[in-house]
Design a protein around this ligand. Sequence first.
Ligand code: ARG
Length: 580
Amino acid sequence: MELLVDKLNKIFTKAFCDAGYDESEIKVGECAIEKFGDFQCQSPLFLAKKYHKAPFIIANDVLAHLPQNDMIQNATVANPGYINFFVDNTFLAKYLEEYLQEVEKPRKPTDKKVLIDYGGANCAKPLHVGHLRSADIGEAIKRISKFMGDDCIGDVHLGDWGLQMGMVIYAVWEKHPDLVYFDENYTGEYPKEPPFSMEELKVMYPSISQRAKEDEILHEKVKQITYQLQQGRRGYVALWRHIIEVSKKLIKQDYDKLNANFDLWLGESDSKKYQDEVIEYVIKNGYSRVSDGATIVDISLPEDKTEIPPFMLLNSAGAALYSTTELATIVQREREFNVDEIIYVVDNRQELHFTQVFRCVKKTNILKKNIDLKFVGFGTMNGPDGKPYKTRDGRAMGLNDLMDMVKSKALEKVSQSKIGYSQEEIENISNVVAISALKFADLCVLRTKDLIFDVDKFCSFEGKTGPYILYTITRANSILAKTEKLSKDFCLLEEDRKLALSLIKFTDAVKNAYEKSAPSYICDYAYSLANEFNTFYAKSSIIYEENLEKKYSKIMLTNYTKNMLKKCMDLLAINTLEKM
Ligand code: ARG
């Protein structure tokens, strides 16, 4: 379907050409002042110099050559040379209906296969506030890309191979040193059931990691265990499998609360099978050198303004690192999933790591095909002091701590306003409100920016918040529930044009969100649509409207808005409520 702006651009391009200005880049945009028009063409201003004519003259020439059409109404020239115009109402009504049907249809596939690496939780460790942002932003990017026709897969890329694994193994040993996992001479099969519960696992890592910070010997022991695990010590590997299995269940519970649905539950360790090959490839082809015992790849470029340190392939003990796994994972994604693009939704603070990895991929020509590697970084969620959010005892704020704060605030707000609801209803509503508050707040700032955790602001039913959008949807729903379905032709009332014009801006919002990997464009759009709807609601009497044609028009617009807001929230992976 040809979009309205494209239709208008075409008409104007023809008018410019017919008037003697042969230009291909004629564009119309929104008119800044509502009473002057819906749209505006500013091109005369940019062409004045080239044609040695006052913009005003060009604008009048063009106006005189506007071709016959059923869209443009009341076009006028305003100083110093703008062409302002309105869109015909009958046309707009018809266009809106077609547009909304088109939006519902699946897009033509782009034939691009994209893997989105987001989530990044670490096994055995609780999720923290950084993981929240990755899950929220990554899930939205995945849904938006799918909507645009890409073939997308989301991979959680768990941290399952680091020191935290050694810590948990140590914790199990301390509690049950007699288990077969610790007997080096044991050659039999290991038990199927893990020797710990989910609840037990939850507390193991935090307590050992705290102790290891203060106890040098314990820290060394943990490092030793991790090393032996990575070397394949049978008992440790068996125990590690249990840790992964139980951890995944715990992690999934958290991601489910956030509506983050991963297609792949792979981890850093899954690329292990490509690791030796990758290391050998880089060394054999002469891309690396040894420096201070470590094997590194120089990746700095003459044009670098700041120094980019070398890529680390192996440390001085000959062990593979986070960067090595990263390289092996890219090879795995090429071979096993044949992707065209990989998008990494990771904290801005890991940007250097990805610059090194991407450069290393390029320098070593390790891939058979050209895969687009994209780092999509995000800022931190800060505490009220503007610094990365920490608990009172200095730990990174846990995801569940954060959720609890938001939930209790939402419960307080919902309980105040929902008189006569059962406790269960209130709790259900507050849960959805809380998650919408947290997710929308996270998604609505420009991705690269930091944001401050402000529970009152996030949970407010006014302003640019999740609860406000939820509330607007339920308001629309309650109108629809109170009005009967009328079957008439949809005609757009003059007074409701702004809402109609707002509805058709959806395409621009998704396009921007997609191209810039920035879900905030959808939040901005949903917010402005909700505002427009609430203005429409305030000045209309929909339920008691006696003129049936008018009433029908308003009911339809209410329904259209509700569906559009729900569509936006679905792209953002935020659940909505039918009523509250
Ligand atoms: N597990 C990492 C962390 O918690 C994030 C992983 C991001 N993805 C990646 N391919 N490195 O910091």
